[in-house]
Write a protein that binds this ligand. Structure first.
Ligand SMILES: [Ca+2]
Ligand SMILES: [Ca+2]
Ligand SMILES: [Ca+2]
Ligand SMILES: [Ca+2]
Length: 311
């Protein structure tokens, strides 16, 4: 049963509550396997489309974005995926990464990629400053930044998070090395969105987090992280809401082999407020692995809501 031990801790008191849980575990003689200080950092945070697979069609459909929390100083390594691996004729894939640099949750800058061809390749990379009035588009005044140092590449990668996605497991991935000096020295990645007509001040066609029409999943996951710990891999996730969600399963993928690592459902601890969960995979292999977090709602519908990799 120890493998199924989950700590559920609320918001701002999370750390204190976590150590309380650790203390209780020690008291009852359980080997502490939850997050220990000094463990290796996860390198990549992955957010999958919060409205699920294929919530938009064709070139509009994005599937995920990533942010590397071990990026070199002065840079931020980020990426986002188009579900399609290529586009026919004059069609283009247009998507932007939206960044906040003053912590108010609205976009101050966007870095935009246009790709074309089959398989899709990079056509242009553009940067804009924005009006800081929305989290999902570059509001006016939108000003194109003509000289910048950030760079992007477009390649096809086997990172489609959705088995029912187009050309699974392949997506077109825009990988960007953001030079923070372009963005007045700091930037937090808010979202990735596709836009019609390559105009980031228009309403988005599809975003990874912001809903563009489809109802959001019952559960909204802010971040899902995997970190190597003393007794396995510690998986930590936070939710903003869990309305109608009954619990979670975690699936580990190594090579082509997938296995559910929790023996019984990891139950949601709240139906309204968000929580932070920690689960330790005690049988984690030493090499690379990908973890998928699945949410199960009251109707028994399960949705992939996040994934995380460990090297
Ligand atoms: Ca999508
Ligand atoms: Ca795909
Ligand atoms: Ca802002
Ligand atoms: Ca979406």
């Amino acid at each position: 049963m120890e493998e199924d031990m989950v700590a559920a801790v609320c918001g701002r008191n999370g750390r204190r509550a976590l150590w309380l849980v650790l203390g209780v575990l020690t008291l009852v003689g359980v080997t502490a396997a939850l997050v220990a200080p000094g463990v290796a950092r996860a390198t990549v945070i992955v957010i999958v489309d919060q409205q699920g697979p294929n919530d938009e069609t064709g070139q509009k459909d994005l599937t995920r974005f990533t942010s590397d929390d071990a990026s070199p100083a002065g840079h931020l390594l980020v990426s986002f995926n188009h579900d399609e691996t290529g586009f026919n004729g004059a069609n283009t894939g247009d998507g932007c990464l939206l960044f906040d640099n003053d912590a108010n949750g609205n976009a101050d800058y966007v870095l935009c990629v246009t790709m074309s061809g089959n398989p899709a390749t990079l056509q242009t990379t553009r940067e804009f400053s924005c009006g800081d009035a929305a989290s999902f588009k570059c509001t006016n005044p939108q000003t194109q930044i003509m000289v910048f140092a950030s760079t992007c590449t477009v390649t096809q990668t086997a990172t489609d998070p959705f088995p029912v996605g187009a050309s699974y497991p392949n997506d077109s991935t825009s990988s960007c090395n953001v030079t923070l000096a372009d963005f007045a020295g700091s930037a937090t990645l808010l979202d990735a969105c596709s836009f019609p007509s390559a105009q980031p001040n228009s309403d988005p066609s599809d975003c990874v987090k912001h809903s563009t029409g489809q109802p959001p999943n019952a559960v909204s996951v802010g971040a899902f992280r995997a970190r190597r710990a003393a007794h396995g891999v510690a998986l930590r996730w936070s939710t903003a809401s869990e309305v109608g969600n009954v619990g979670f399963d975690i699936v580990r993928k190594v090579g082509s082999k997938t296995v559910r690592i929790n023996r019984s459902l990891i139950r949601s601890t709240s139906m309204i407020r968000g929580h932070t969960y920690v689960y330790v995979d005690r049988t984690a292999p030493s090499g690379r692995a990908t973890y998928w977090l699945e949410a199960i709602d009251r109707s028994g519908v399960r949705r992939l809501v996040a994934s995380a990799g460990i090297g």
